[in-house]
Design a protein. Structure first.
Length: 301
């Protein structure tokens, strides 16, 4: 199977936080409750009948059309993001539906000179079970270090950094590529970043990225501006709290950095998220960075 760096590189995204069963959880319910992140049962590892492909540079419009027609393929969309254009790309990634089946098409595509690469539209899942916990009661384990009390040799050492006055900077942006998050939460609202190139509520694509009113980010799973859709976004909210829950306010959790700006590229929903939407989310933040926004990291939990 031929692959492309843009798709397979998603797995190499900088991991700002690692979500395990012991991670601190920023919850939307009472502190006594626990939750388990919902994982859709028995979903395939890719979207059945779908293929992501890119044609070779030598394949002209007539050749592309002839190949798709011969395979009885239906073009769902052509992905050519602003970040791809910025990098000089002119060939889109085609998301197609093939009646013969994903694996069958890919196996047959190896002999097609018109195709540069083809791969499934993979589905990504998160898996984490977390308890809401607090730094002051000794259970926000990941924030401790060898010099803190209680000590945790395997912790991040964030507690010692806070004590040294290193609590972050609100000119720094972090992009969350995950579920959406509850940006109105009392432990997150102060750190909810907004896209400075977009004007809220005017119904205009001010930053010319093809997305209207992407103020807090964009929901690529549902293709709309509403990045928070209720309790189905609890994992994204938990991730946001681990990164940037407001610290020093005497309640809830404390994130790795107390002062930071968070933006969201939602691609996960209750049934997981696709490669196609992950590509768009990655490129969304790349485009903002190219415009000059100080995005220092993205998290793909």
């Amino acid at each position: 199977m031929k692959k492309n760096y843009l798709l397979t590189g998603i797995a190499l995204l900088h991991l700002l936080v690692s979500c395990s069963k012991e991670d601190a959880d920023l919850k939307m319910a009472g502190p006594e409750e626990q939750y388990a992140v919902r994982i859709a049962p028995s979903v395939p590892e890719f979207v059945a009948g779908q293929v992501l492909l890119r044609f070779t540079e030598s394949a002209d419009a007539e050749a592309r059309s002839a190949l798709l027609t011969s395979c009885k393929a239906r073009v769902i969309e052509q992905i050519l993001t602003p970040a791809m254009r910025f990098a000089g790309e002119t060939r889109p990634i085609y998301l197609i539906e093939v009646p013969e089946g994903t694996e069958q098409f890919i196996a047959r595509s190896k002999g097609m000179k018109e195709i540069a690469y083809a791969e499934p539209n993979y589905l990504y899942q998160h898996s984490a079970t977390s308890n809401d916990s607090y730094y002051t009661n000794g259970t926000l384990w990941g924030m401790y270090g060898s010099s803190t009390s209680p000590a945790n040799t395997w912790g991040s050492g964030a507690g010692a950094a806070w004590a040294a006055g290193k609590t972050g900077n609100n000119t720094v942006y972090v992009g969350i590529i995950d579920e959406g998050y509850m940006y109105t939460h009392e432990d997150l609202s102060a750190n909810a970043g907004v896209n400075p190139f977009e004007t809220a509520g005017d119904g205009i694509d001010n930053d010319a990225n093809g997305l209207v009113d992407d103020v807090y980010g964009w929901d690529f799973a549902n293709n709309d501006k509403t990045i928070f859709d209720g309790t189905s976004d609890d994992h994204g909210t938990h991730v946001a709290g681990t990164i940037g829950g407001v610290g020093g306010n005497g309640k809830g959790v404390a994130g790795m950095v107390w002062n930071v700006k968070i933006l969201n590229g939602k691609f996960l929903c209750t049934t997981g998220g696709t490669t196609a939407n992950a590509v768009k989310a990655v490129d969304y933040f790349t485009t903002l960075k190219n415009k000059g926004l100080n995005i220092v990291a993205t998290n793909n939990s």
